[in-house]
Design a protein around this ligand. Structure first.
Ligand code: RP5
Length: 164
């Protein structure tokens, strides 16, 4: 078993369908991760334990998804110097805008990276890019991934142009 290098946490099991995008991206690049439910307001002691132990446990990046007031990414960032990527989860009447503003408006001194509402896939990809700083094999895989995206758009372009 590989040692997890990315810790993926979310405030509730109800966040999992959204956060699956991050897990899928990490799987695609064969990046080992650990996933858990850690709630900032319902299990604050577990959040403290997780955040404080994250570095010595070998994680290199944390991804934290939460909806509503979304304290989890910022609170975890306050407990570790590891980079934390927050995923605003759309949950409730404000459709994720509440979570987005809560995460992106982190006061100065403790940064939190933020992706678009519900875009956990980008959180996974950003984590891979962070790891690739020290992993030439991952960087190569990222170049291959980007090339595949370009090829898909080239195919779209050809289809659209030939349909007119
Ligand atoms: C937040 O409250 C969670 O991140 C979730 O997005 C939201 C609702 O949680 P549940 O009521 O579905 O458990 O803490």
């Amino acid at each position: 078993m590989s040692v997890p290098v990315v810790g993926v946490v979310m405030g509730s099991e109800s966040d999992l369908p959204t956060m699956q995008g991050a897990l899928d991206a990490l799987d695609e690049f064969a990046v080992p991760y650990e996933v858990d439910v850690v709630s900032a307001h319902r299990t604050p002691e577990k959040m403290m334990r997780f955040g404080l132990a994250a570095e010595e446990r070998g994680f290199q990046v944390l991804i934290a998804g939460a909806g509503g007031a979304a304290h989890l990414p910022g609170m975890l960032a306050s407990l570790t110097t590891l980079p934390v990527i927050g995923v605003p989860v759309s949950n409730g009447p404000l459709q994720g805008i509440d979570a987005l503003l809560s995460i992106v408006q982190m006061p100065k001194g403790v940064p939190v990276a933020t992706v678009a509402v519900g875009n956990a896939r980008n959180a996974g990809l950003l984590a891979v890019q962070m790891l690739a700083i020290a992993r030439p094999d991952l960087r190569e895989d990222l170049h291959t991934f980007r090339k595949a995206q370009q090829d898909k758009v080239a195919q779209m372009s050809a289809r659209v142009r030939s349909s007119q």
